[in-house]
Design a protein around this ligand. Structure first.
Ligand SMILES: Nc1ncnc2c1ncn2[C@@H]1O[C@H](COP(=O)(O)OP(=O)(O)O)[C@@H](O)[C@H]1O
Ligand SMILES: [Mg+2]
Length: 347
């Protein structure tokens, strides 16, 4: 029987593995439907009740850029395996031409390039992204709308029979995997739907929560329409759940800013050892990061880079120059010009 043993408590304080829903929802802001749809499949596997001869779950994640699709899979890797990088990611943009599929499954013996083309997807690679804490491997096919038709055909075998035949005629089994397909199909249309003139908040005001399910259903329909136009029905039928990501509202984006600042603070504490200091970022400074790092077009995608430029790098320079004594407090505030952050050291 398949098992997930409770994960050992780690330094990041995630605790055991039995509260997946809470842990996942906490990491992926404003998209509770994602955890709600994914977690039951993991529990089915935990209970030994997952159907045989197919992957444990196949999920299609749709919606605008920078709303948390890829982040969901990374967050799940963190929760299940203790490391957000512990997943197998196939960038479908690298498999746009028919001949490129050989990179995925390896060239047949005797073919040109057989030795130089070890398959990207092997049983060993799948096992290497499982862990002692959890025997499920997470496989992410990112941006599947870019995949060549022959890759889509290969994927169909994986989704249906949990099996992939490699160039050397051996098979890779996918029974202990969760498969995530991400796509921005329909995303532009969704964006238009949500922000005709006034922005997402205008269509879904906080005071009218009843309109949210309606808007969500509409986004689902737009996404599925685009998917059905692009992929054959036998492909679409093999997907267990389609999860549509919502454009992130101002509250969710502000929460993501706070989340990433907390990560930076933890980084400073854990990495700098006795040179560690306390970072305090006030409200106005957080709002500048929000303005600079988020947009309706790219969601929160640019936020990490913005925090890196505005906080991490200047702090690193100050540390390197010995400007921050141990146990000091560094205040990040808005410059009077309102366009930049100033960092002040208080001893
Ligand atoms: N819902 C979210 N919760 C937390 N962080 C998010 C969320 N959406 C986006 N982010 C941040 O933006 C980055 C890019 O998001 P990502 O999930 O890669 O976008 P996409 O939906 O295009 O796959 C993430 O690494 C994360 O830092
Ligand atoms: Mg992505």
């Amino acid at each position: 029987m398949a098992t997930i043993r409770p994960r050992r408590a780690t330094s990041n304080g995630n605790g055991g593995g039995n509260d997946l829903l809470r842990q996942l929802t906490g990491r992926v802001v404003g998209q509770p439907q994602a955890a709600n749809q994914i977690v039951p499949y993991i529990q089915m596997h935990q209970a030994g009740l997952a159907p045989e001869d197919r992957p444990v779950g196949v999920f299609l994640l749709l919606g605008p850029t920078g709303t948390g699709k890829t982040r969901t899979v990374e967050a799940l890797a963190e929760v299940l395996h203790g490391n957000e990088k512990q997943l197998l990611k196939v960038d479908c943009g690298e498999f746009q031409m028919e001949h490129e599929v050989a990179k995925l499954i390896g060239a047949p013996p005797g073919y040109l390039g057989h030795r130089e083309t070890p398959p990207m997807l092997t049983q060993q690679k799948l096992s290497s992204v499982a862990s002692e804490a959890c025997d499920l491997s997470l496989v992410l096919f990112d941006e599947i709308e870019k995949a060549a038709p022959s890759m889509v055909r290969l994927l169909m075998g994986v989704l249906d029979k949990a099996s992939l035949r490699l160039g050397d005629n051996t098979s890779v089994r996918f029974e202990r995997t969760l498969i995530f397909l991400t796509s921005n199909l329909g995303a532009r249309e969704m964006q238009k739907e949500m922000q005709p003139d006034f922005g997402f908040e205008a269509l879904v005001p906080c005071s009218a929560p009843r309109s949210v399910p309606h808007a969500t259903r509409k986004l689902d329909r737009i996404g599925m329409g685009a998917v059905r136009r692009k992929f054959p029905p036998e492909f679409v039928n093999r997907i267990d759940a389609v999860i549509t990501y919502q454009p992130l509202g101002a509250d969710a984006l502000a929460q993501i800013v706070d989340q990433q600042i907390t990560v930076l603070e933890r980084h400073i504490r854990n990495r700098l050892g006795e040179r560690a200091f306390e970072l305090r970022v006030n409200r106005a400074a957080r709002q500048l990061l929000l303005r600079r790092g988020t947009s309706s077009e790219y969601g929160a995608r640019e936020l990490k880079r913005t925090i890196l430029r505005c906080l991490t790098q200047p702090l690193a320079a100050m540390t390197a120059n010995g400007e921050i004594p141990p146990d000091a407090i560094v205040h990040a505030e808005l410059n009077p010009d309102g366009e930049n952050l100033v960092l002040t050291v208080v001893v």
